[in-house]
Ligand binder design. Structure first.
Ligand code: SF4
Length: 351
């Protein structure tokens, strides 16, 4: 994307946020302490749950000094029900640091914020931009998804190198807008419009710039494959549909020999899958949408299947191939349990 594109995207998101952003209690202040408390609470908890906890916490302990002096039991009591109590101890420890090392004034640079206990890159960027107007883009699931779609990039967002690269894109955009409103706009865009499933592109302020929308690849982005260990095998599994029939083939060897399953390859991106399928069957297919991740445990290994829906692309179809089956026919085939789970999840998502 060009600099002009970044500029337009940043300004559109900011303008949209000013008229459509969510009105949340912690957005009525620029106090870094209050913003920090809200961000720590939001780390593993939903917005609606956090609201009353935040209000109570800030009423009872309105400054970093109050929190630093408070009895630990009192802090835990205020946290009761929010879970992940380690967050509360880190909060208190960081408040003590602010009082001891910064004379009670919250550090006002991204680098200094990162040194506080429990403050990671996301939280430091959020506080720096919202409280101090520092142009540092926030990088989390929401913004990674938006950037991946905006640029139509299949980079795996589970990898640190993608997070770094997409973080640079966020930083490139934020320079052209008010950092606080831009970051909060991206957070809200991810929560309300550019959602993982069924994004509302018609209402999106960056729809005219969105490369995935232009290419028709929104549904299959972002790519998010978390590789865990050797006994866990990762696959992309695609339910290819032609009217009311589904492509299934028997396994020739391996764990599920002779059992039927959907097309499946150990690969990382939709484009790679389409190429592998073409190489094997000579037919162009198109992955249309991401469906879900399915886990299936065998005795000594585990499959992680990233399930997508697909269709035959362009003119050529499978013709007279008999590899397509209706749902009634599939019921009579010997299908592996793993792939029955895939089918169930697919049907649930598309119906
Ligand atoms: S146009 Fe759609 S896919 Fe693209 S950023 Fe907006 S909501 Fe997301």
């Amino acid at each position: 994307m060009t600099e002009e594109g970044y500029k337009e995207a940043a300004q559109n998101v900011t303008a949209w946020y000013r008229s459509h952003g969510r009105d949340l209690p912690w957005r009525r202040t620029k106090d870094p302490y209050a913003i920090w408390v809200s961000e720590i609470m939001l780390q593993q908890t939903q917005v609606e749950t956090v609201k009353p906890y935040y209000e109570r916490f800030i009423n009872e302990l309105p400054t970093a000094a109050d929190l630093a002096e408070a009895e630990e039991q009192r802090v835990f009591k205020l946290w009761e029900g929010l879970g992940y109590y380690r967050r509360a101890s880190h909060l208190k420890e960081a408040a003590e640091t602010v009082v001891r090392d910064y004379a009670g004034r919250f550090p006002d640079t991204y680098e200094e914020l990162l040194k506080l206990k429990g403050v990671g890159m996301y939280t430091a960027s959020a506080i720096a931009s919202i409280a101090f107007g520092i142009p540092k883009g926030v990088v989390d699931g929401n913004t990674l998804r938006i950037v991946s779609r905006l640029l139509n990039r299949e980079d795996n967002i589970a990898l640190q190198k993608t997070k770094n690269a997409f973080g640079e894109v966020m930083d490139a955009m934020i320079r052209y807008a008010d950092p606080s409103d831009f970051n909060q706009g991206m957070m809200d865009l991810g929560a309300m419009i550019c959602t993982p499933a069924k994004p509302v592109c018609e209402a999106c302020p960056i729809a005219s710039l969105c490369q995935a929308r232009l290419a028709g690849t929104v549904g299959r982005l972002p790519v998010n494959n978390k590789k865990i260990n050797k006994s866990i095998l990762e696959y992309m599994t695609v339910v290819i549909r032609e009217s009311d029939r589904y492509f299934m083939i028997p396994n020739e060897n391996g764990l599920l020999q002779n059992l039927y399953g959907f097309a499946q390859y150990s690969c990382d991106t939709p484009s790679e899958f389409e190429q592998l399928f073409y190489d094997q069957y000579g037919v162009r297919i198109r992955l249309t949408e991401y469906v879900s991740d399915i886990k299936h445990v065998f005795t000594h290994r585990e499959w992680r299947m990233h399930v997508y829906g697909g269709e035959v692309a362009g003119e050529r179809s499978f013709g007279n191939r008999t590899d397509f089956y209706t749902l009634e026919e599939i019921e009579k085939l010997p299908v592996s349990t793993a792939h029955l789970k895939v089918l169930k999840s697919y049907l649930k998502a598309v119906n």
